[in-house]
Design a protein around this ligand. Sequence first.
Ligand code: SF4
Ligand code: SF4
Length: 133
Amino acid sequence: MSDAITPDDIFTCQKCGDCCRGYGGTFVADKDIQRISRYLNMDSSQFVAEFCQISGGKPVLTQGDNGYCIFWDRLCTIHPVKPQMCKKWPFIGSILADVNNWHIIAACCSGIRTDVPDRLIKECVKKKLSTCS
Ligand code: SF4
Ligand code: SF4
C-alpha cells in the first residue's frame, strides 16, 4: 500500500447511524455550541437547555426517545456544523496511543478498513486530526 495514503482510503462512512446512538457519546465544546446555535438561529444558552444534557460536568448532545442523538433523522440534520468529535470520527487521538483502538472501533463501525498496516493507520489519524480543530 502506498505511503500517500489518506484517511478516505481507510474509512468510508456507510451512513448506518450506529455511532449516533447511545447515551452521552457526543461532547460539545464551546466552539461547537456557538456554531450549532448560529446554524439553528438560537442563542447558546437556549441551545444547551434544549439539546444538551450534562455528563461529568460537560454538555453532551441529548438523545431522542429512539435512543439516537437528537439530531439524527436517518442522517445528521446538522451535518455542516456537527461537533468536532463527530467530524473527526473515527480518527480519534487514543488510536495514536494504542492502535488497537482502531480495531476495537472497527468492530462497531462497518466503514472502517482493518487490512491496513498499523503505521499507516496512525499516519491517517494524524492527518485527519491536523485538519480538524
Ligand atoms: S458507525 Fe461508522 S459507518 Fe455507521 S454512520 Fe457511524 S461512522 Fe458511519
Ligand atoms: S451530531 Fe450528527 S453526527 Fe454527531 S452524533 Fe448527532 S446525528 Fe450523529
